[in-house]
Design a protein around this ligand. Structure first.
Ligand code: AMP
Length: 537
C-alpha cells in the first residue's frame, strides 16, 4: 500500500484559527471612523469573528448567502472578513464611492441579505433605502448610538448584534471551492461585474503573497494596508497577515500624507501597500520634514503604474524599497511583482533600478501570455500584445452571469503589455486608453510618467484627442504644485530626448484636479468627454 498525505480543505476559517492559536497576542490596530485608535489582537479578532459567525447563523443566514460591507479599513471590518467567510457566508465588500445607480445594481445583483456599514456611509444608505429592497437588515459598525438611529431608524448595531454570538463557535466544514468573498470591478463602462473568490483561491493567493518574491511577509512585520478593504480584499493582505501572524495596521478614513506618516511612526510600520496617488500624498508630507528616518523598509505599489520618479524618491531620499505590482479584481489581484533574480544582482545598480520600473514577473500559480490582435500567441520578447492570464486565483466566470468569460482557457486582461526574455512584464496601457496616432500607438502611461518628473507637477493624465488627420493626438493634463506657474514649453521639453517627435503631446493643459476613482485610477472617460472637442492645430 502506498502511504498517503492528509487532505485538508484550504479555508479562511483555518487561516484565522492559525492566527488565533499561534499569534494570539500579536497586535491588530485600527483607526476608527471618529479618528480614535482601537487596539486588538489576533486572538480577540478571532474570538469576535467567531461571535459574528455564530450570530449570523442564528439570524438564519444560509451557506453561500451574501453579507455586504461598506466600510473603511478598521478592526470590525477585519472581523467581518473572517466571521462571514469562516462561517460559510460570502463577504461582499462594496466600494462606497459608487454612483447611486451602481450601488443599487450591485446590491440587487449580489442579493445581499445584510449590510454592515460604517456610520459615515449611513446617509448614502438612508437616501437609497427604498431602492435596496433585498437588504433585510442594516447593521452599523459601532456601539449603539442615537445619531445613527436618527439617520435611519431601522438600524441595528454591530456590537449588540455580535453580543448574541458564541465566541467559541466552531467554523463549519465545507469544500474549499465554496465562495468566500465577492468584489465588483470598478466598472468605468457598463455595469460592474462581480468576481467571486473561493476559499481555495484566497488561501493559495495568500501563500504566493507571503512568499519572498511576493510581499515577503512574516511575523516580524508591522503591515499597513492603505489599499482599501473594498478594493480586491485589500490585495489579500488581511488573510496573508493572519496566516503569517503580522502585526496589522488599518488606517481608517484618513489617508492624507500627514495622517499616514504619523501612523507609520506610531505603529512602527515596516511594510505598506497602496496605490501611487496615496503615496504621492505621503511623499508630499515627507517633503515638508526634509530627510527623515522611517521605520518603513518596503512598500508594494500597484493598482496603477508607479511613476519611476516616485520609486526613486522613496529609495534615494527615504531608504524605502518600492516593489511594483500588477493585478486586477479578476486576478485576486496578485499577477506580477517585481523582485530581481539572482542573475540580475551582479548588474550595475542603475540597470537594476531600470528593471524595477516594470510591473514584474508572475509567481508560481499564474501564467501569462501575449496575443496579437487576431488572438495568435506571441512568443515572449517579440513585441507588444494583449495580455492574457490563467491560474489558481484567476476568475473563470463572473458572478451570476451567463457568459463565457475566457478565451481558450485564458482571461483577457484588457491590458497591453510586453514580456522580456526573463519573464518581466511591462504594462503599456489599458487597451482602451492607448492613444492611436497615424496608425501607430502611444502609451498614455509613459506620457504621464514623464510629465510627473517635472518638479511643479503633482499629477498628470494623458489622453488621445480626436484629430482629423492623425485620428488622435496626445494631450497631457497636469495638476500643478500650489503657487507654481511653469510654462507649457518647460513641460514639453521633458519629452524631447525620450520620445519620437510624433509621440510628443500636442498640448499641455493645466487643470485643478485629475479625476481619479476610489481605487486611484484616472477616470479617462470623463477626461475624453471634457476635452474630446479640443481644437488641435
Ligand atoms: P482593478 O480591477 O480595478 O484593480 O483594475 C485593474 C487594472 O488596473 C489593470 O488591468 C491595469 O490596467 C491597472 N493596473 C493595476 N496595477 C497596475 C500597474 N502596476 N501598472 C499599470 N497598470 C496597473
Amino acid at each position: 500500500m502506498f502511504g498517503k498525505m492528509m487532505m485538508q480543505q484550504l479555508t479562511i476559517g483555518a487561516a484565522i484559527t492559525h492566527a488565533e492559536r499561534y499569534h494570539t497576542s500579536t497586535a491588530v490596530v485600527g483607526v476608527e471612523t471618529d479618528g480614535t485608535i482601537a487596539r486588538s489582537t489576533w486572538g480577540d479578532v478571532a474570538k469576535r469573528a467567531r461571535q459574528l459567525g455564530s450570530a449570523l447563523t442564528k439570524a438564519g443566514m444560509k451557506k453561500g448567502d451574501r453579507i455586504a460591507t461598506m466600510a473603511w479599513n478598521n478592526i470590525r471590518h477585519l472581523e467581518i472578513y473572517f466571521g462571514t467567510s469562516g462561517a460559510g457566508f460570502v463577504c461582499h465588500t462594496i466600494n462606497p464611492r459608487l454612483f447611486d445607480n451602481q450601488l443599487e445594481y450591485i446590491v440587487a445583483h449580489a442579493a445581499d441579505r445584510i449590510l454592515f456599514v460604517d456610520q459615515t456611509f449611513l446617509p448614502i444608505i438612508a437616501k437609497l433605502r427604498d431602492r435596496l429592497p433585498v437588504l433585510e437588515r442594516v447593521i452599523v459598525m459601532s456601539p449603539a448610538n442615537e445619531e445613527a438611529r436618527n439617520i435611519l431608524p431601522e438600524v441595528e448595531f454591530y456590537d449588540t448584534f455580535i453580543a448574541d454570538g458564541d465566541p467559541e463557535f466552531d467554523w463549519p466544514d465545507f469544500d474549499e471551492t465554496h465562495s468566500s468573498s465577492l468584489c465588483y470591478t470598478s466598472g468605468t463602462t457598463g455595469n460592474p461585474k462581480g468576481v467571486a473568490y473561493t476559499h481555495r483561491s484566497t488561501l493559495l493567493h495568500s501563500m504566493a503573497l507571503l512568499a519572498a518574491d511576493g510581499m515577503a511577509l512574516g511575523a516580524k512585520e508591522s503591515v499597513l494596508t492603505v489599499v482599501p478593504m473594498f478594493h480586491v480584499n485589500a490585495w489579500g493582505i488581511p488573510y496573508g497577515a493572519a496566516m503569517a501572524g503580522c502585526k496589522l495596521v488599518l488606517p481608517g478614513p484618513k489617508l492624507d500624507g500627514d495622517s499616514l506618516l504619523s501612523l507609520i511612526h506610531a505603529e512602527q510600520v515596516t511594510f505598506a501597500a497602496g496605490v501611487p496617488t496615496i503615496w504621492a500624498g505621503l511623499l508630499g508630507a515627507l517633503a515638508k520634514g526634509g530627510s527623515e528616518k522611517l521605520p518603513l523598509t518596503r512598500t508594494i505599489v500597484g493598482g496603477a503604474a508607479c511613476p519611476p520618479s516616485m520609486m526613486e524618491t522613496f529609495r534615494e531620499d527615504f531608504g524605502v524599497e518600492v516593489i511594483h505590482g500588477w493585478g486586477m479584481t479578476e486576478t485576486s489581484p496578485l499577477g506580477l511583482t517585481n523582485t530581481l533574480k539572482n542573475s540580475q544582482l551582479s548588474l550595475p545598480v542603475e540597470q537594476q533600478n531600470e528593471i524595477r520600473i516594470c510591473q514584474g514577473r508572475p509567481p508560481f500559480g499564474v501564467e501569462l501570455r501575449l496575443v496579437d490582435e487576431n488572438g495568435v500567441e506571441l512568443p515572449d520578447a517579440t513585441g507588444t500584445g494583449e495580455l492574457q492570464i490563467r491560474g489558481h486565483w484567476i476568475v473563470e466566470q463572473y458572478f451570476n452571469r451567463d457568459a463565457n468569460d475566457l478565451v481558450d482557457g485564458w482571461f483577457d486582461t484588457g491590458d497591453i503589455a510586453s514580456i522580456d526574455e526573463d519573464g518581466f512584464v511591462t504594462i503599456r496601457d489599458r487597451s482602451k486608453d492607448l492613444i492611436k496616432s497615424g496608425g501607430e500607438w502611444i502609451s498614455s502611461v509613459e506620457l504621464e510618467n514623464t510629465a510627473i518628473v517635472h518638479p511643479d507637477v503633482v499629477d498628470a493624465a494623458a489622453i488621445g484627442v480626436p484629430h482629423p488627420k492623425w485620428n488622435e493626438r496626445p494631450v497631457v493634463l497636469v495638476k500643478l504644485v500650489e503657487d507654481t506657474q511653469p510654462t507649457e514649453e518647460s513641460i514639453l521639453s521633458l519629452y524631447k530626448d525620450k520620445f519620437a517627435k510624433w509621440q510628443i503631446p500636442d498640448r499641455v493643459l493645466f487643470v485643478d484636479e485629475i479625476p481619479r476613482n476610489a481605487t486611484g485610477k484616472i477616470v479617462k472617460t470623463k477626461l475624453r468627454e471634457k476635452y474630446g472637442g479640443l481644437e488641435l492645430a
